[in-house]
Design a protein around this ligand. Sequence first.
Ligand code: ASP
Length: 433
Amino acid sequence: MIVCKFGGSSVASSSQIIKVKKILDDNPNRRIIVVSAPGKRDKDDEKITDLLYECNALVRRGESCKSMFKRIADRYLQIAYELGLDQKPIELVLDDIRYRIDAGSGKDYTASRGEYLSAFIISQYLKWEFVDAEDSIIIKQDGTVNPVTYDRLKMIFEDRRKRYVIPGFYGSGEDHMIKTFTRGGSDITGSVVARAVGADLYENWTDVSGMFSADPRIIPSAKVIDTLSYKEVRELSEFGATVFHEEAIAPIQSAEIPVNIRNTNRPEDSGTMIVPSSEEKKLAGVAATGGLSRLSLRRLMLFKGQGTRHALLTMLHIFGVRPVYSLYGVDSVSWFFDSKSASASVLESMCQRLKSEYFLDEAYVESGYAILGLVGSNIDESDAYLTAASALRKNGIDIRFINYGASDVSVTYGIKESDKEKAVKVVYDALFK
Ligand code: ASP
């Protein structure tokens, strides 16, 4: 059996949903589909989920979401009309949702309605059974799935003669209130469902023909990677390749379910297969992502006293700063962290506190850092990491750190944010062309 997930662009309009139906009609093994909320129809369009978050923000400010919600309602009604569905029951559901949002049902409930309505309409169009994720998927406080979910879903999808539509992105929290995954979380729902029913394959349908060896907006000639291991996908996502949600591997990992990234607009393309592990030793791709800041601390004999590292990290934690890369010197340390994790004034007071409590000579934060990652199953056996480093140097790109050896399928270069695109280009030219 195949579980399919259709992303926002695949359900953005009636014409996209007609393509979805064709894909499903082509293979009766595609028995369960997970759907996202309608995404953008073109680059200037709005995502339903973003509009829903705006509705919630209005309500929190004490205003009604009525006119904002009308944009959402119109979009669903247009889809329903163009698919030849009766609009009346959909209008009733829309009214009820608008009322609940205005009554203060909260952020997660509001955001989840994008997927709920999408699944509701698509199930009517396909004449497949609608299953609500609210009753079946239990999401723990930390965003992972409570294992009872798997038994529940298994029972719900038991009837092998039936075909089902389930909304992605949300479930219930352990407090029985609606809870969403992080943004793009319908990929996680797809994995959870695939694992629960022991799917042979999880097809993830999107608007690109797979994962590319480099971002095609930077390298238009970059090729689709035909096979990647779970590990390589996790690493590429970490470096900013966003095709498959980075948390979506965990549910399928132990069941070893393969994932096929496919393009709804080009179903003839075979896409990228993501497999538990791959024997083939090769380079997979290069990607870069920015938004990092660097905290630098220095003092003679900084680490002489016992437990200093631990104490410093605890202090960072108090200020909401979680380091993702560390560089230790004999009397200094640099920690790289997500720039969004704290405001400039919070960082300023953190530095002052560190300085006074640890008698530091230096404690400062600089923003504008990025990481470039080179991913491949042969990283630990080839000299690709040297070729990439020398290409970066030759092209005037400063390497602020190299993280080699922590992972057997990737190497990370710390660079400046302003060099990000150029860095991807030069590494791609040196290794993939
Ligand atoms: N609609 C949600 C979002 O925009 C979830 C998803 O599309 O997977 O993040």
